[in-house]
Structures are given as structure tokens and as C-alpha cells.
Design a protein around this ligand. Structure first.
Ligand SMILES: [Zn+2]
Length: 297
């Protein structure tokens, strides 16, 4: 549904004691932060820049606990790259953007969302260093999620249409907290179908006290991999890009949208058994975004 890099120089996976045998993803950049993710099998990336990120960890965990195998509708029997979920012939891993962001992303993912090859939360985790991902359940909440929401370094926003929230909770801009201006925005994205997202929003008491960031995009969604009856239903990475733009991180926002374009292009070329053109308009857009980012670095 509509609503979801380190720049990590190095990452590593460690096992720490805690509920659900939590595996913690430790980012080793500026200040060592612990990004809690749920346990899961770790598979090697096809490049050495980063170890599996939060969404890939959540996917692995979901697969580990599946009673029956998840079968994507098309091409489920073909081997997939562990780094990008695409066919090896259409691998995207060498194109992962490297853009620093001050903002963080917290994905609450509906049950099978991490398993869908078209899920774009994965792209967010590829690019935004501080991306956290949790499976959502009505009857329980991961203590690591509660700890994240209580972490004073973050200023959390639930990203959701304001018409579904009490008016006093709704904001349309990302403003520094006057009492704590160093707090960084943490965008909570509800990643699932529209009905799943509404359920997550309404049945998660730990979100009830947080401001609701209601987006007012001025364009239609460009996402082409899932049909939606409404063109104002954005995919998760488009929502994340809108949030980054509101936070003033326009280069990161443009880069994430360009990366989505490239992902969509690779995905559809693979589906149509067509080769990838490295000079496609999508690739050019991503290169231009990378050049802009490099020029500002
Ligand atoms: Zn790949």
C-alpha cells in the first residue's frame, strides 16, 4: 500500500541476548547505533559494502517461520539474487545508492509484505542507513520497537492520511522539536495493503501518542508494479521519498525515487525476459542523482 545508506561504512551481525533471540544489526558509522531487527538466517550479499539490512533480515526471519513456502505469483522457481531479489541476470546490487540521511525510517510490515518481490521497503533499507523493520501483529509488539520509539535521539512521526486521525495529532510539516532540536526525524511507515495499514494504524496503541504526518503530494504515483485503483496510493519507497523531501533532504529524496525507477525497470525487464540497458532513462536519472549527491558531499 502507499505508505515506506550508510553510508554505513561497515556493518556486522551479532547475536545478543534478548527476546526472540533478537539479532541486532550494528551500524558502524558516526555513532555506533544498534538497529534492532528480528532474528533470521543471514545470507551473504553479492557485494561487500553492507551486510543484510533490516528488511532482508525480516524477510529471512519470516521465511524461517513459514509453515508453508511463500510462492510469488511469477517466476518463483527461478533463482534470485539474495541482495536484491531479482534474477541474477537483472541484479541491481551494483546500483545501490550511497546517500547520507539524517532521517531514519521505521517500517512496520504486514505479515507477508517482506516476502513480496515487489516490496519497496527493501529499497529504502538499501539507501537509508537507519532503517528499522518490524513485523506487525495485533496482539503483540516487539520490545525493540518500543525501545526505538522511546529513544530520545528520534522524533517519530506516523505517516498516515490525516483524515483518519484526531485533528490535534495531524501535522503537515517536519519541524525541529523546539525543546530538543537535535532530535532526528524517524518516519514510521505502515507497509502493507491499504486495509492492513488501516488496521495497523488503528490497532497499535504504542502509535497513538505520536504525531501523524499527513502527506500532500502534488503528483500521482509512478509505481507500476502493483495495481491500485487510486493513483494517489503511493508505494512505500515513494512515501519515504516524500518524507525525506519534507525533512529537507531533497537529494536523498530524488535519489530514492530514481532508485525505484531503476528497480521497476529491472523488475519489468526480467518479467518480460528482456535484457537491461545500462543507459536507459531510469539509469541516467539515477546517475544524475548520484552526481548531484557527490557534488554536495
Ligand atoms: Zn542483486
Amino acid at each position: 500500500m502507499w505508505y515506506a545508506t550508510c553510508l554505513e561504512k561497515r556493518t556486522r551481525i551479532v547475536n545478543l541476548p534478548g527476546p526472540k533471540s533478537a539479532v541486532h544489526h550494528i551500524s558502524q558509522h558516526a555513532c555506533q547505533r544498534v538497529a534492532p531487527v528480528v532474528a533470521g538466517a543471514v545470507r551473504p550479499w553479492t557485494d561487500n559494502r553492507r551486510m543484510p539490512h533490516a528488511v532482508s533480515q525480516l524477510r529471512a526471519d519470516r521465511l524461517t517461520h513459514s509453515v508453508k513456502p511463500f510462492l510469488a505469483r511469477r517466476g518463483s522457481r527461478s533463482p534470485r539474487c539474495a541482495g536484491c531479489r531479482l534474477l541474477p541476470s537483472h541484479c541491481l546490487c551494483g546500483l545501490r545508492p550511497m546517500v547520507p540521511t539524517r532521517a531514519g525510517m521505521c517500517l512496520l510490515m504486514a505479515d507477508i509484505e517482506p516476502l513480496k518481490p515487489s516490496n519497496t521497503g527493501w529499497l529504502i533499507a538499501d539507501m537509508v542507513a537507519d532503517t528499522y523493520a518490524f513485523g506487525w501483529a495485533r496482539t503483540e509488539v516487539d520490545p525493540a520497537l518500543l525501545a526505538l520509539l522511546a529513544d530520545p535521539q528520534w522524533q517519530p512521526y506516523v505517516v498516515f492520511p490525516g483524515e483518519y486521525a484526531a485533528p490535534e495529532r495531524v501535522v503537515h510539516a517536519v519541524q525541529p522539536d523546539a525543546a530538543a532540536p537535535a532530535r532526528r526525524p524517524l518516519f514510521i511507515l505502515l507497509d502493507g495493503t491499504w486495509s492492513e495499514a488501516r488496521k495497523m494504524f488503528g490497532k497499535s496503541p504504542y502509535l497513538a501518542g505520536l504525531p501523524v504526518l499527513s502527506l500532500e503530494p502534488d503528483r500521482a504515483s509512478a509505481y507500476r508494479l502493483r495495481r491500485s485503483r487510486r493513483n494517489d496510493h503511493f508505494c512505500t519507497s515513494e512515501v519515504a521519498a516524500l518524507c525525506l523531501a519534507l525533512a529537507g533532504e531533497t537529494v536523498a529524496a530524488e535519489t530514492l525515487n530514481a532508485y525505484l525507477d531503476v528497480f521497476t525497470y529491472h523488475y519489468l525487464q526480467a518479467r518480460n525476459q528482456q535484457p537491461v540497458d545500462p543507459d536507459s532513462p531510469a539509469h541516467q536519472r539515477l546517475r544524475e542523482a548520484a552526481e548531484t549527491s557527490a557534488a554536495l558531499a
